[in-house]
Design a binder for this molecule. Structure first.
Ligand SMILES: NC(=O)C1=CN([C@@H]2O[C@H](COP(=O)(O)OP(=O)(O)OC[C@H]3O[C@@H](n4cnc5c(N)ncnc54)[C@H](OP(=O)(O)O)[C@@H]3O)[C@@H](O)[C@H]2O)C=CC1
Ligand SMILES: O=C1O[C@H](COP(=O)(O)O)[C@@H](O)[C@H](O)[C@H]1O
Length: 499
């Protein structure tokens, strides 16, 4: 977390494998740029993007400037600030499979050490598909500079591994090459202010905790919807799909924040222990139950705002008969005293109508309703909604008497909005997390056992889906996904709040 004092990290070199990729363009460079503006970067800072694509330093900077122009939370005074920031960026064209290219990284570090007159911290950020991670880590591990343990950190993007087995193998491999304190398994949702605030809401107040359990909560739903389709990420996404890309990590981590028991301190391992307890308590899905509790979808071609949208299978890098899901919804149960039999519905997808991440805790209806039924038109209340993004807010929706001589009961909302409550702009998740890596704070990162426990939750679904041929495409771009996802929740008598 960003320290209260404006404490800068030491001299740092950040190597980004996948420098030419979407993540760097959309999130990492804009985050570094904002850290630079806020003076959180060391004056001795260099970032090197790596990839097979052809760029010069200059053309790479131009490309990243486009990213900042489109995706940075701050774009004002861009010309001057970018001029000061961009010289710290360079590009190294290299194939990650080419073991002979890695010594170039050591040469870069040695040159900077000489220029700066001090030993820099070296961060290797692996913003690449999970299949590439083992080879990159192995090649890095052979560099003499990685022997100097305290100066080197490695950041591994999600999904961590491709499944449980590869995640276990990767944990073992990394554990043999680096000390656990050097390994940062990133899940950027944990860096979001609104996600971190769930713990504050629950455990810095006494108001909600007494009702935060199976006696009062009817169900919980978490939606992370995106309007974008693939956007040129076929190389990565085709081998992943929505379950691996979003549910195994981001959505399960949000579920953990909602479901965890109170930690006794906010020390990194205590919080992580509590979250692992939640993952381990999630009821194992039996193979024959998968189709009842999990739905997958893939968008076909369509039209949005008068514009033609290509179907997923028409995107670059995607097989014409691809079985990769761009939508997934699951129903889970957390088997413990607090949550027994409370369903948790999770849903995510690409090419949906809205970009929004929202958690809804639905409380049970009043046990006895003395008001005449006809006085109440809208029964959707008793709800706490946590807006993660883009609306960052907490809404408590409850029934109230509409003023007037006739008795009418309607839902109203009490709203806490970040925008109204705080004048300063909060940092983006990647700003917080990159700074944490540079300062060596692992609180918001995943431990090996957490990642494996999350894979265990989705494994039965992955296995079942692998053995069935899906009826794809099965939803139109701009819709809320396949009809079966609506049924998943409505057959229980509930509904998605966004629809
Ligand atoms: N995009 C996003 O918003 C987010 C992405 N992530 C994670 O980031 C990771 C990357 O995703 P994303 O950036 O979207 O994917 P992209 O497909 O956009 O990028 C993949 C990157 O990998 C590089 N690459 C592929 N093969 C090689 C190789 N043999 N040698 C060197 N570089 C190679 C590509 O470079 P080149 O083609 O030039 O070789 C490219 O830079 C994934 O794990 C994803 O889950 C996490 C959060 C958000
Ligand atoms: O990890 C990922 O997250 C992004 C969505 O992140 P957000 O912060 O914009 O909600 C998603 O687009 C991408 O496919 C996935 O890899």
């Amino acid at each position: 977390m960003i320290p209260a004092t404006n404490q800068r990290p030491p001299a740092t070199i950040l190597f980004i494998f996948g420098g030419s990729g979407d993540l760097n363009l959309r999130k990492l460079t804009p985050a570094l740029y904002n850290l630079f503006i806020d003076k959180y970067l060391s004056e001795k800072f260099a970032v090197v993007g790596l990839g097979r694509s052809k760029y010069t330093d200059e053309s790479f900077r131009e490309r990243l400037l486009e990213g900042v122009q489109s995706f940075s939370r701050r774009k004002d005074d861009l010309d001057d600030t970018w001029k000061s920031f961009s010289p710290s960026i360079s590009y190294l064209q290299m194939d990650a499979d080419d073991a002979g290219a890695y010594p170039k990284l050591s040469d870069f570090v040695a040159a900077k050490k000489k220029e700066w007159g001090e030993e820099p911290n070296v961060v290797f950020y692996l913003a690449v598909a999970p299949q590439l991670v083992p080879d990159i880590a192995t090649n890095l591990g052979k560099l003499p500079l990685c022997g100097e343990k305290s100066h080197v950190r490695i950041v591994v993007e999600k999904p961590f591994g491709h499944d449980l087995k590869t995640a276990q193998e990767l944990n073992a491999l990394l554990g043999g090459l680096f000390a656990e304190e050097q390994i940062y398994r990133i899940d950027h949702y944990l860096g979001k202010e609104t996600v971190q605030n769930i713990l504050a809401l629950r455990f810095a107040n006494s108001l909600f905790e007494p009702i935060w359990n199976r006696r009062y909560v009817e169900y919980v739903q978490i939606t992370a919807s995106e309007t974008v389709g693939l956007e040129g990420r076929g190389g990565y996404y085709e081998g992943s799909g929505a379950l691996r890309d979003m549910i195994q990590n981001h959505l399960l981590q949000m579920l953990c924040m909602v479901a965890t028991e109170a930690p006794i301190s906010f020390e990194a391992n205590e919080v992580r222990n509590k979250k692992v307890d939640v993952l381990n308590a999630i009821r194992r899905i039996r193979p024959e139950q998968v189709n009842d509790v999990a739905v997958r979808g893939q968008y076909g071609p369509g039209e949005k705002d008068g514009k033609k949208i290509p179907g997923y299978r028409e995107e670059e890098g995607v097989k014409p008969d691809s079985a990769t899901e761009t939508f997934a919804a699951v129903k889970l149960y957390v088997d413990n005293w607090r949550w027994e039999d409370v369903p948790f519905y999770l849903r995510t997808g690409k090419s949906l109508p809205e970009k929004a991440t929202v958690i809804t805790v639905q409380f049970k209806p009043a046990p006895y309703y003395a008001f005449p039924e006809e006085a109440t038109q809208d029964w959707h209340s008793n709800q706490l909604t946590i807006g993660i993004q883009p609306d960052r807010d907490i809404r408590l929706r409850f029934q109230a008497k509409r003023p007037g001589q006739t008795l009418a009961i309607d839902p109203v909302e009490m709203v806490f909005s970040y925008k109204d409550a705080y004048s300063s702009q909060e940092p983006e998740a990647y700003e917080t997390l990159l700074l944490d890596v540079m300062t060596g704070d692992a609180t918001l990162f995943m431990r090996a056992d957490q990642v494996e426990a999350a894979w265990k939750v989705v494994t039965p679904i992955l296995e079942a889906w692998e053995n069935q041929t899906p009826d794809f495409p099965n939803y139109a771009p701009g819709s809320w996904g396949p009809e079966a996802a609506t049924q998943l929740i409505e057959k229980d008598g509930f509904h998605w709040t966004m629809k």
